[in-house]
Design a binder for this molecule. Structure first.
Ligand SMILES: NC(=O)c1ccc[n+]([C@@H]2O[C@H](COP(=O)([O-])OP(=O)(O)OC[C@H]3O[C@@H](n4cnc5c(N)ncnc54)[C@H](OP(=O)(O)O)[C@@H]3O)[C@@H](O)[C@H]2O)c1
Length: 245
């Protein structure tokens, strides 16, 4: 198959809130079938409940790496049409390296990188054999440059981006597209447990919908091309710190 079919079957990892939920809304509105994964789907946060037929929520802890391959395989058997994977699940934890326990380092790498590597490993062979597939990775501006107090978060996002770049080479002859989207600050629940957040004005942060639009662009890429990478930043960079160092 040479081109992208108009309607795709999309698996979104991290679909219950924030960017992932906006991606689900945007893609179901565009007529795609969307399967969304998260640990909890509060009823009021189900992406576009009015279009439930196009959206299937799947409750799954992506950080449970021991059981993840088995759960993903079952998901693939249940939804064999899946031809697009949006790797969005993740969390932030920031601080000087010595403020992290070893378990915290491991946990951040597991949800921000390893879970996605496991998921791609499950779905890529079928995409390659069909000659059609799309992998979209939600990276970060932290995947582009290291920042103070971001050693582990940056490492997890550099890992994701390096993984995507290598896969793009591996998939170059197969018809599988690889897209990385690197947003700056996006106004979501990501900051709920952090000691900083975007400033209060609308232009101090992207909206989750802005990132979803970039994902939609990758999904709608012309048959002859691929969107390799998109960097998105808020119009103004204003950060509010909730407490002093
Ligand atoms: N917000 C920003 O400023 C920003 C900027 C650049 C990049 N990003 C990246 O964008 C992605 C989404 O962030 P967001 O801002 O949308 O954050 P968010 O609002 O906190 O959403 C995070 C999503 O990941 C899911 N998730 C977390 N841990 C999970 C687990 N163990 N198993 C399954 N799902 C899990 C959450 O669902 P449950 O909690 O229900 O499981 C939720 O759907 C992350 O990778 C983040 O690093 C965010």
């Amino acid at each position: 198959m040479n081109g992208m079919p108009p309607s795709r079957s999309v698996l979104v990892l991290g679909a219950s809130r924030g960017i992932g939920a906006a991606v689900c809304r945007r893609l179901t509105a565009a007529g795609h079938e969307v399967i969304g994964v998260a640990r909890h789907f509060p009823p009021d946060r189900l992406p576009d409940a009015s279009r439930e037929s196009a959206f299937t929520p799947v409750t799954l802890d992506l950080a449970d790496l021991d059981n993840l391959p088995r759960r993903l395989l079952a998901l693939q058997r249940e939804h064999p049409r899946i031809d697009t994977l949006v790797c969005c699940a993740g969390r932030g934890r920031f601080g000087c390296l010595e403020e992290f326990s070893c378990d915290q380092i491991r946990a951040l790498m597991e949800i921000n990188f390893l879970a996605h590597a496991f998921a791609v490993r499950t779905f890529l062979p079928t995409m390659k054999s069909r000659g059609d597939g799309l992998l979209v990775f939600i990276g970060s501006e932290a995947a582009l440059a290291g920042h103070q107090k971001g050693s582990i978060y940056c490492a997890s996002k550099f890992a994701l981006r390096g993984f995507a770049q290598a896969l793009r080479e591996e998939c170059a002859r197969s018809g599988v597209r690889v897209t990385v989207i690197n947003p700056g600050m996006v106004r979501t629940g990501f900051f709920a447990d952090l000691d900083f957040a975007p400033g209060p004005e609308p232009e101090h942060a992207l909206r989750a919908e802005d990132v979803a639009e970039a994902v939609a662009l990758a999904v709608a890429a012309p048959p002859t091309g691929v969107v390799d990478e998109i960097n998105l930043s808020p119009l103004k960079k204003v950060v509010i710190f909730r407490k002093e160092d």
